[in-house]
Design a protein around this ligand. Sequence first.
Ligand code: 4AD
Ligand code: MG
Length: 442
Amino acid sequence: METAETTISQISKHKGEEVIIKGWIHNLRSSGSIHFLQIRDGSGFIQAVVEKSAVDTKVFKKAEKVTIETSVILTGIAKEDKRAPSGFELAVNNLEIIQIADEYPIGKKEHGPEFLFDNRHLWLRSQKQWAIQRIRNEIINAIYLHLNDEGFIKIDSPIFTPNAAEGTSTLFDVSYLPAWKEGEKEGPHVYLAQTGQLYIEAAIFAHGKVFDFGPTFRAEKSKTRRHLTEFWMMDAEMAWHDWRDNMKVQEKLTIAIIRRVLLKCKNELVLLERDLPSLEKILEGDFPVLTHEEAVKKLHSLGSDIKERDDLGADDETILTEQFDKPIFIEKYPKEVKAFYMKRDPKDDSRVLNNDMLAPGGYGEVIGGSERETDYDKLIERMKQEKLDPKEYEWYLDLRKYGSVPHSGFGIGLERYIRWICGLKHIRETIPFPRTLNRITP
Ligand code: 4AD
Ligand code: MG
């Protein structure tokens, strides 16, 4: 029988058989007559044992030469080993070296974050970084699968946009070359999208329930543990949904995401030392809802000096969500701290029918959502208050003229979700190549 090529994650299907695995040396140690090679192949990690008495002298000599990150093709017997994380060990018969790696800069000693991010192109291979990206991938899968099941259509929104949607202070301005008019040096100025929301609002009139998913950009001026300048957002938008229905959609999606990550990435969560019962708790649903007013009162009792009509700051969100073991919704913020498109509360014109969803355990805001203003005049009034020119939003205002309906939507910050689900201190580890206030390389 020909030896089967397999991956570490599939090795249990080949118990006792000879297999071929292609991968890299993750770590190694030797006792003189046995080399213990930690192998990774992208799908997982396994120990490969090269025993002097069991292999050809040439093979043993090759095993002596390998270094960390050397690329190899191994042939060996898949031996069950209950103590191993993969449940298996590879008893090596043959070893082919593809490239002997230079001395690897990562892993010999403790490294600072700047060094690790300077070497991000290599650091991605480390076990925890590997686990984080696997979880990122499953969160993305969960979002697509769940929303498709719920009847949403994916609508791609543009990255270049002439409109500010989330305030003008975080806009990235791009000159759209070449010039459009004779005599001008460059074309019109556009911005990089802060959100796709306004565009997918247009699409609900064609499809009912829609979502987008893509990179978004904000020139965040402060250095924090939860802001990137380039991050991924999933905006969802639903016709015929009020702000309460909107929160239900967010809760259901959040549960679907956590359920899938627990199902598909338990090993990765364990590798990250994530506390699993605290994630399992979230599957119960029934996320508490507090009004902004109630949240402010609670914050005062926790020692915050937040003012009645202030937005919640990062510190406020931290101390508040440390009090909860499930995500919480905070609704009805003062209108002046939120975007122009949010619907005014008919019971209190100074507040909006919005919600932020804050993740428990100190993680804070992961979703921002609201019912949308459908009243043409109120929209114009809010635009003017926010110093936005209604002329530039004519296409958006049209949506209130041709078959306007109550509708709501929300945006998930993908990296905020990953930070929370993985239990990470800093958001920058959640994205393969982070862009922050002071980092654009590699
Ligand atoms: O709360 P935000 O600003 O809401 C919107 O953009 C709405 N248009 C979404 C919608 O209703 N369709 O942003 C949504 C989420 C936040 O809750 C947060 O998780 C994330 O995006 N976010 C950031 N993540 C990383 N870095 C930043 N600089 C972020 N800014 C927002
Ligand atoms: Mg927000």
